[in-house]
Design a binder for this molecule. Structure first.
Ligand code: MF3
Ligand code: CO
Length: 260
């Protein structure tokens, strides 16, 4: 069942969306060769708590941290650790905050130092695919229209789409109906209407779409160990139009010359 939000509830959701956006802006400043992913996690947790939010991933189904860390071939749900970031890595940072009773969810994949042209193209295409998906998320369209737009855009450029993980509705809970796959047919699935708040989050692989989930049940990486990228926004359908509640502006302000 899809929980439609009132305009007032969507107003309230702006504060969790703003905080998650500012959190990733803060984390962005610290991403450089030599830093550990645990350090990034600490910075994010303290920033969220200092700003009146709650790190919603921490403890979610037993997840042990604030940030999901996605270095190179990690697709989703990596744990922060003593791993030291290297020049040429890419790192996706995916996290959720709760504020004023609602969740905000966002992901961004960052370059570490100087990355290869191939990785840069992967990041650019995945970010573009997110906006292609958002563009398809018009009131009256169907979820499948978003899915198909993302899949078509990426596969035309010879990338592959991870199928096991999807976007989702969001509200008082991190994951609500409907599921928002990044592949599929146009014209199927629920229709977008005022009050729907969803996360669109393409996970795009440079090689094959196959993934492996580690024995810990969380770490998810590409089977061929080629890189994977992931970008996510929380969006709302309100007043017969589509609004992106989260923003990458804080990231752009934090790292203007590394912003892809
Ligand atoms: N942010 C992820 C999503 O987009 C979920 C994080 S999983 C958690 O759905 F366990 F870490 F919370
Ligand atoms: Co999400």
């Amino acid at each position: 069942m899809i929980y439609l939000k009132t305009p007032e509830e969507i107003e309230t959701m702006r504060s969790s969306a703003d905080l998650i956006s500012r959190t990733l802006g803060e984390v962005a400043r610290w991403i450089e060769p030599g830093v550990t992913t645990r350090k990034l996690d600490t910075i994010a947790r303290e920033f969220i708590l200092d700003n009146g939010g709650k790190p919603a991933c921490l403890g979610y189904n037993g997840f042990p941290a604030t940030l999901c860390i996605e270095v190179n071939d990690t697709v989703v749900h990596g744990f922060p650790s003593e791993r030291v970031l290297q020049d040429g890595d890419i790192i996706g940072i995916d996290t959720v905050v709760e504020k004023d009773g609602f969740m905000g969810d966002m992901c961004y994949t960052f370059p570490v130092g100087t990355i290869s042209p191939e990785k840069e193209a992967l990041l650019r295409t995945t970010k573009e695919a997110l906006y292609i998906g958002i563009n398809a998320a018009k009131p009256g369209a169907r979820i499948g229209d978003i899915s198909n737009a993302i899949q078509t855009y990426c596969e035309k450029r010879n990338y592959s789409i991870v199928r096991e993980m999807c976007g989702h509705g969001i509200g008082r809970k991190m994951h609500e109906s409907p599921e928002v796959p990044n592949y599929g047919r146009r014209g199927i699935g629920p229709r977008l209407q005022n009050g729907m708040v969803i996360c669109i989050e393409p996970m795009v692989n440079m090689g094959s779409r196959n993934i492996v989930i580690a024995p810990n049940g969380w770490d998810c990486f590409t089977r061929d160990h080629k890189p994977s990228a992931h970008f996510e926004h929380t969006i709302a359908i309100i007043n017969d139009s589509t609004e992106v509640l989260t923003t990458f502006d804080y990231i752009q302000q934090a790292i203007p010359d590394r912003f892809i």
